[in-house]
Ligand binder design. Structure first.
Ligand code: PBG
Length: 323
């Protein structure tokens, strides 16, 4: 009897063999590229803590979308930086708001690129919270109609998918009802279902100038310590009509993705958020890590955990790396 009989290394000897038996593959077809849109024309202003990411005016946003589309990226998700903010986040549901104008322009230029809109008030409220304030607290039920209105104006502008990120209870149902009442029964909802109150959103808040002016988001976003609660949030969003669910952030929450993959038979998206991006960029600048390998390894891990769709600031980079 030769020893050892089992030699797992046999299948690791060459890249051809490794490619042959690989269990998980990254594909550009399942990536979503997040983009920030701001007022003005010919604006491309770099976000300091997210090198290589910009706030684009609508005209140049269209060109950035075109370059993503030409690389095979099927979808973008848009975040708006409005001209002005107020207590009730009017800019979010203004039919002429920054995101609504951006969607119209992008869909006109690139009808086959899927445009997803983030549904939330935080980029539009003067206080930076995702809901209305009542007696010093973030009020759930009075926020719901505004979120529904936001989604409706985005869809009427041409959005292909809406993605509520506010974490108010009942928002998926409120949005579904509003869209259906206006005949938009075919527009899917991608729900940020298990969204944690995370330090990893820091750079995004610089990008969107959306850090809360008082308190924090812990009364609506989830406690990072909780796993079972994530399953409950996902189940509720599915009951209310979510089509795709999301776990966010991604890499520190791979256990949540894996568990959701086992418990729910729906497409799962994961968001490699701004802080995950910036960690890699910062370490790469110090030459402490191999940037390209780390991009591919982190995204492969997110896929392996069970997410089929990934939102990543590296979407264009991955398209180039996978060539
Ligand atoms: C809320 C929203 C946030 C992100 C996406 N949608 C910020 C927050 O909850 O504070 C963060 C994304 C990222 O960090 O890349 N509209």
């Amino acid at each position: 009897m030769p020893f050892p009989i089992h030699r797992p290394r046999r299948l690791r000897r060459t890249e051809a063999l490794r490619g042959f038996v690989r269990e998980t593959r990254l594909s550009v077809r399942s990536l979503i590229y997040p983009l920030f849109v701001c007022p003005g024309t010919q604006v491309k202003s770099e976000i300091k803590s997210m090198p290589g990411n910009y706030r684009w005016s609508v005209d140049w946003l269209v060109e950035e979308c075109r370059s993503a589309y030409d690389l095979g990226i099927p979808a973008v998700i848009l975040f708006g930086i409005p001209e002005s903010k107020d207590e009730v986040g009017s800019g979010a549901y203004d039919p002429e708001g920054i995101v609504q104008r951006a969607v119209r322009a992008v869909k006109k230029a690139l009808p086959d690129l899927m445009v997803i809109c983030d549904v939330c008030l935080d980029e539009y409220t003067s206080h930076g919270h995702c809901g209305l304030i009542k007696d010093g607290e973030i009020d759930n039920d009075s926020t719901l109609p505004l979120l529904a209105k936001t989604a409706l104006t985005q869809v009427e502008a041409g959005a292909d998918i809406v993605a509520p990120s506010d974490m108010m209870d009942g928002r998926v149902g409120a949005i579904r009802t509003e869209l259906d009442a206006h005949g938009h029964t075919q527009v899917p909802i991608l729900a940020y279902s298990a969204k944690y109150a995370s330090a990893f959103y820091g750079p995004f808040r610089e990008a969107a100038d959306s850090a809360p002016k008082f308190g924090d988001r812990k009364s609506y976003q989830m406690d990072p310590a909780n796993q079972r609660e994530a399953m409950r949030e996902i189940a509720l969003d599915l009951e209310e009509g979510a089509d795709i669910i999301m776990v966010k952030p991604a890499l520190p929450y791979l256990d949540i993705i894996a568990l959701a993959r086992r418990e729910f038979d729906v497409p799962i998206a994961a968001y490699q958020v701004s802080g995950e991006f910036s960690l890699i960029e910062a370490a790469a600048r110090l030459a402490w890590i191999d940037r390209e390998r780390m991009i591919l390894e982190t995204l492969t891990s997110i896929r392996r955990a069970g997410a089929e769709i990934i939102l990543t600031y590296y979407a264009k980079e991955v398209a180039r790396l996978l060539g």
